[in-house]
Design a protein. Structure first.
Length: 294
C-alpha cells in the first residue's frame, strides 16, 4: 500500500478511495502486516483509555512537581467554569484543564502518552476526550480521530525531527496542535481536505515557536503552552470546517517549518540559553534549584 510520502499523496488516496484520514491511517497500519484491524483498534482504544486515566488522575491531584514549578492548576480551570466571570464554553474549559492535567502528571513523572512527545502530550488527549464528552462522539469515531492525528504526526516526522532540541517547540507543541486540529475535523465528519487545512492553519500559527524551558525542565512554559494549544487547534478546525482553507498547501507549510527549524539559534532549542529560560526570574529559580539538587 501507498506509504504516504507526503500530504498530497494522502489526500489523493483519500479522494480516490473515498475515505477519511483516520480510515487511511487504519489501512496503512494493517498494510504493515503485523496486526489485524481488530488488534490495531484495540491498541488505539487502550491508548485512549490511558489518556483518559491520566487526565482523571491529573485533575484529582494537587501535588506539586519535584521542582515546585507545576501542579494544581488543572483543578482551578475545571472549577472556574462555574464562576460568574467564566466566559468560555464548558468544552473549552475542559480542553484547557485536561491538557494541564496531563502535563502536570508528566511533571510528576506519572504515566502519560507521548503525543507526539512527552512535552507535547497534553494537546491531543485534551481535545479528543473533551470533544467526546461534550459532543457525544462515539468511541469508534474517537479512535478514527486518534488514528488521523497519528498519521499526520508520522508524515511530518519523516521530514522533521519531532523534538525541541532539533527544531524548537514548533516541532513538539506545534506539531501536536496540527495533529489535534486534524483529529477534531475527523471526529466531526469534515473532509480530508478540511482536516489538512486545519493542520496547515495550526502549523502556520505555531511556526517559529521556540523551545525555552526554565531550568531545562519540561514545565515552564510547556504545561500552560499545551493548555492554550488545545484552543488553538479548535480555532483552526473551526476555520477549516467553516470553509476557510490554507492558501499555502500543508506540504509546503511543513517544508517552511523545517527551514525555520534550521535557521533557529541553538539557544532556542531546549538548551535553556535563550527566551524565557534567560529571564531574571528563570535564572534566579535555576540557581536555587541547582543548589537544592546538589
Ligand atoms: S518548550 Fe521545549 S521542552 Fe517545552 S514542550 Fe516545547 S519543545 Fe518541549
Amino acid at each position: 500500500m501507498n506509504k504516504f510520502a507526503n500530504f498530497k499523496d494522502l489526500l489523493a488516496y483519500c479522494e480516490t478511495e473515498n475515505c477519511s484520514i483516520g480510515e487511511a491511517a487504519l489501512r496503512y497500519e494493517v498494510s504493515l502486516g503485523d496486526r489485524t484491524t481488530e488488534a490495531i483498534l484495540q491498541g488505539v482504544q487502550t491508548i485512549l483509555s490511558q489518556m483518559k486515566d491520566t487526565i482523571q488522575s491529573g485533575l484529582l491531584s494537587e501535588e506539586k512537581s519535584m521542582s515546585g514549578l507545576s501542579g494544581g492548576f488543572s483543578k482551578k480551570v475545571i472549577t472556574f467554569v462555574d464562576s460568574p466571570t467564566a466566559f468560555l464554553s464548558p468544552l473549552e474549559h475542559k480542553m484547557m484543564a485536561y491538557a494541564l492535567a496531563t502535563l502536570e502528571e508528566n511533571s510528576r513523572m506519572k504515566r502519560i502518552v507521548a503525543c507526539p512527545t512527552a512535552g507535547a502530550s497534553g494537546v491531543v488527549p485534551a481535545v479528543l476526550i473533551a470533544l467526546a464528552e461534550e459532543k457525544q462522539i462515539p468511541p469508534e469515531k474517537l479512535q478514527m480521530g486518534l488514528l488521523a492525528a497519528g498519521l499526520v504526526g508520522e508524515i511530518v516526522s519523516r521530514r522533521m525531527h519531532l523534538s525541541g532540541a532539533a527544531a524548537g517547540c514548533q516541532a513538539e507543541v506545534g506539531v501536536a496542535t496540527g495533529m489535534a486540529a486534524a483529529a477534531i475535523v475527523e471526529c466531526l465528519d469534515g473532509t480530508p481536505q478540511q482536516a489538512l487545512d486545519a493542520t496547515a492553519i495550526s502549523f502556520k500559527n505555531m511556526m517559529g515557536l521556540v523551545c525555552d524551558p526554565v531550568a531545562g525542565l519540561v514545565e515552564v512554559p510547556c504545561v500552560k503552552r499545551n493548555s492554550v494549544a488545545g484552543l488553538h487547534a479548535s480555532a483552526a478546525a473551526t476555520l477549516a470546517l467553516s470553509g476557510v482553507y490554507s492558501f499555502v498547501p500543508l506540504d509546503e507549510v511543513v517544508d517552511a517549518m523545517v527551514s525555520v527549524g534550521r535557521m533557529m539559534s541553538p539557544k532556542l532549542k531546549e538548551s535553556a540559553e535563550g527566551g524565557l529560560a534567560q529571564t531574571p526570574t528563570a535564572l534566579a529559580f535555576t540557581e536555587q534549584f541547582q543548589k537544592k539538587e546538589k
